[in-house]
Design a protein around this ligand. Structure first.
Ligand code: 13P
Ligand code: SF4
Length: 322
């Protein structure tokens, strides 16, 4: 007989406590869990996290944690990376649908053909890709170490860089290397309007533009400083400027404002009148879903063993080269 949960059973299993912060703190102790959060998460989630960071920092934390359970407040490829680094640990993602347009822009079958069309090339993949793509790569990189990693590869070695064409183009400019680029992109970082950015600079002439390298060249050419989310956060603290126009997902502003309360942070404007500079994938996670995934110990990240083993090597190479 088909067993289906009665509606009241579902609602009991998903009943929420009045103080979610306290309930999550209890579950962290009970499960010996660590909550890792990306800067693009809702401020509430950032506030409950044990560690908040960029993709490199989060991978380094995942590689070194002694917690039994990793609760990943980020998107699927990030939680997958944590699982690859910790095959025997329980890795939870509050919403399994939290994907990434950039990772989706590089399907494994098409990438296998692309790779086959470029024999003799080393494959350097941005961490914003699926485990399948990582398994086809030689080295993984993030926005904070991409330049450093490419600089360590012998000058005569041809390189495929995937999947982000904007980061790839930026790395080419910084290193003088010729990279074969996969033409993927991030829907959030391609949404900024150069025209509105220039107008904002006119309205705020003392503000510095700080931008993530996933942005298009038309936006990056106006930037006073370009870097990963952690690099942007650090720059906003050490710069003498009192105001910044921030060209990345605005979730980072929570930490920028906390670290420098007297400074002003203005989100760079998107092309449309929408909140499309917020990552719709990242924002699928909520404090409620975070609580429920810890309480129910699911959704859990699982991966085929062969993919897990093949994807581990290029991640370990990245960690060693960072
Ligand atoms: P970093 O975490 O490397 O700054 O990249 C930002 C991003 O787009 C993550 O999805
Ligand atoms: Fe992917 Fe862009 Fe969202 Fe980062 S901000 S998770 S790259 S869609």
């Amino acid at each position: 007989m088909l067993k289906t949960a009665l509606p009241y059973q579902n609602s009991l299993a998903n009943a929420l406590p009045t103080d979610l912060f306290e309930a999550i703190a209890h579950l962290k102790r009970d499960l010996n869990a660590v909550v890792l959060a990306h800067y693009y998460q809702d401020p509430d989630i950032q506030d409950i996290a044990d560690y908040i960071g960029d993709s490199l920092g989060l991978s380094q934390q995942a590689a070194s944690t002694d917690a039994d359970v990793i609760v990943f407040a980020g998107v699927h490829f990030m939680a997958e990376t944590a699982k690859i680094l910790n095959p025997h640990k329980l890795v939870l993602l509050p919403d399994l649908a939290a994907g990434c347009s950039l990772a989706d822009s590089c399907p494994p079958e098409a990438f296998a053909e692309f790779k086959a069309a470029h024999p003799g090339h080393l494959v350097v993949s941005y961490i914003n890709c699926t485990a399948d793509i990582k398994a086809m790569s030689d080295i993984i990189c993030t926005s904070s170490n991409a330049v450093k990693i490419i600089q360590q590869i012998p000058a005569d070695q041809p390189i495929i860089f995937a999947p982000d064409r904007n980061l790839g183009r930026y790395v080419m400019e910084q290193t003088g290397r010729d990279l074969v680029l996969w033409q993927g992109s991030c829907m959030v970082h391609e949404t900024f309007s150069e025209r509105k950015l220039v107008q904002l600079q006119i309205d705020h002439p003392t503000a510095e533009v700080i931008a993530h390298p996933e942005c298009e060249a038309a936006v990056l050419r106006h930037a006073h400083y370009i870097g990963s989310t952690t690099a942007l956060l650090n720059y906003s603290q050490r710069s003498a400027s009192e105001a910044f126009i921030v060209a990345t997902e605005p979730g980072i502003i929570h930490q920028m404002q906390r670290a420098a309360p007297s400074k002003r942070f203005i989100p760079a404007p998107p092309i449309n009148q929408c909140a499309c500079n917020e990552c719709p994938h990242m924002r699928l996670n909520t404090l409620e879903k975070l609580y429920l995934c810890m309480k129910n110990r699911q959704p859990e990240i699982t991966l085929p063993e062969a993919i897990q083993a093949a994807a581990l090597k290029p991640i370990q190479r990245m960690l060693a080269m960072s």
